[in-house]
Design a binder for this molecule. Structure first.
Ligand SMILES: *[C@@H]1O[C@H](CO)[C@@H](O)[C@H](O)[C@H]1NC(C)=O
Ligand SMILES: *[C@@H]1O[C@H](CO)[C@@H](O)[C@H](O)[C@H]1NC(C)=O
Ligand SMILES: *[C@@H]1O[C@H](CO)[C@@H](O)[C@H](O)[C@H]1NC(C)=O
Ligand SMILES: [Zn+2]
Ligand SMILES: [Zn+2]
Ligand SMILES: [Zn+2]
Length: 438
């Protein structure tokens, strides 16, 4: 299939790549925060935890009114008639009658939770295909079929609804799901899985991505993915998004190999590959403390560009190698959330400050997770000052600084998902509580 079939905006170009299939490069300059492309879902499925809380058509969670049930199956929920009609025409008509029996069937029940999602996504995909008047003419479908299948062949799960697809066709669809499905999120809380063929076709992964995906929910429409520039992108630069959390410093390589069948060659992986063996972090509290202090110092002095972006390990202190062990980050975030949960805000703030430094080292600038974390740090500092001394200037300033940085980072990414709440709203609320910085 030739790439000329793809409908691309003029600002993007799909080029041949020295060793990969294609690369998507920019033909223009994108400023941080600009939308590179907006792509509708071909199909999407809600997680079980979101069923009944979000509309099955547009995936919104209305704040002002309860969802209405499909009277046919009583298992699908919608904002209103417009959403229901949209979903009926594009998918649900083929699934409504069989859905409950299917979900209760021993074959479906014997599947693991993630396999159930896969089975529902496959069912929704087949239903959607069966309802398209001319599936062969549909650009989203042909883009989906042009995607590379996953590295391993698995038998497709049972489906809901009766459609005329051959076993080979089903296998061919299903083999493209595993490495081409996206977790959709609202304020970084995952609510479902979706297939966005053009996004899969265009954007390769990087652990130091210059762009990231967010999800926009609009009444009686499919979810849209918006790919947002995290920093300035120059003409000719390849645009990459993260397929998984880059903070999985050790396990990510395995996932790339097993799920996507490639070895990542980004600057972050180059850096990690060049530092040699990564030791376990020390168990001793005092040693950990001194390493945390050294990490914070290193990041303060590092400037805007991290060694994870240059890919060069010269000058990286050997003493800090153990912070690159995944357990260091895990333990730190556990300590941060446990301590703030228990009201031990001083302990939490200490862990939170070290975690901020680690995030700035391993994530690209403006990465939304850094902003989300800084918002938590600001809340912790606020809680601490309420608990101890609300007039404490130092705590107030700490909260203000974290909040200012959180706002600038999260404004680049912009709001996603449900529009009536989310981190930008929380930042505004907390900002109103704090006194101005001095
Ligand atoms: C989505 O991809 C993950 C791997 O990243 C896989 O484990 C899961 O089964 C896939 N889900 C669907 C619905 O295909
Ligand atoms: C994505 O990039 C990796 C290297 O980082 C490469 O091995 C892989 O083939 C690329 N994938 C596609 C689909 O171009
Ligand atoms: C702040 O305090 C509130 C109320 O006690 C609590 O619910 C919240 O989890 C705390 N947040 C942080 C980040 O410490
Ligand atoms: Zn809706
Ligand atoms: Zn129904
Ligand atoms: Zn990488």
């Amino acid at each position: 299939m030739s790439s000329s079939v793809l409908e691309l905006p003029e600002t993007l170009r799909l080029e041949s790549h020295p060793f990969a299939r294609n690369q998507c490069t920019s033909t223009t300059t994108f400023s941080p925060g600009s939308t590179i492309i907006s792509i509708p879902a071909l199909v999407s499925v809600l997680l079980p935890a979101s069923k009944g809380h979000r509309c099955d058509a547009c995936n919104r969670r209305p704040s002002d009114q309860p969802l209405k049930r499909c009277t046919g199956c009583a298992s699908y929920w919608y904002c209103d008639a417009a959403c229901q009609i949209f979903h009926w025409k594009t998918e649900h008509r083929k699934m409504c009658k069989d859905y409950n029996a299917y979900c209760a069937s021993p074959r479906f029940q014997s599947l693991q939770e993630h396999e159930k999602m896969d089975a529902l996504l496959l069912s929704a995909f087949c239903a959607h295909m069966a309802l398209l008047l001319e599936p062969d003419e549909n650009p989203s479908v042909s883009t989906f079929l042009s995607l590379l299948p996953g590295p391993t062949e698995i038998e497709p799960p049972p489906r809901c609804g009766g459609y005329a697809f051959s076993a080979d066709q089903l296998k061919s669809f299903y083999s493209r799901f595993g490495n081409n499905n996206f977790s959709m999120h609202s304020h970084f809380n995952v609510f479902g899985h979706g297939i966005f063929p053009l996004a899969s076709r265009l954007f390769n992964h990087s652990c130091m991505p210059n762009a990231a995906a967010k999800y926009v929910l609009t009444s009686s429409q499919s979810v849209r993915m918006e790919v947002v520039a995290l920093r300035k992108i120059m003409p000719g630069e390849e645009i990459c998004v993260p397929y998984l959390d880059p903070a999985l410093l050790q396990t990510r390589a395995q996932v790339f190999e097993l799920t996507y069948g490639f070895t990542c060659k980004c600057t972050s992986c180059t850096f990690l590959g060049s530092v040699g063996r990564i030791p376990n972090p020390p168990k001793d509290g005092l040693e950990l403390k001194s390493i945390s202090t050294a990490l914070e110092h290193f990041v303060r002095e590092m400037g805007e560009v991290s060694v994870f972006q240059t890919g060069r390990s010269e000058g990286f202190p050997p003493q800090l190698l153990c912070v690159l062990h995944e357990t260091f980050l895990c333990d730190l975030s556990e300590r941060f959330s446990a301590a703030s949960h228990e009201g031990l805000y001083d302990v939490a703030l200490e862990a939170g400050t070290t975690l901020t430094a680690l995030y700035r080292l391993i994530y690209p600038p403006n990465y939304p997770q850094i902003g989300m974390h800084l918002l938590e740090v600001a809340k912790t500092a606020w809680n601490y000052s309420v608990q101890t001394d609300p007039t404490d200037k130092a705590l107030n300033n700490l909260a203000q600084e974290a909040l200012t940085l959180a706002r600038s980072i999260l404004t680049v990414f912009g709001s996603e998902g449900d529009e009536y709440d989310g981190p930008l709203v929380e930042i505004q609320t907390l900002s109103n509580l704090l006194s101005p910085l001095d």
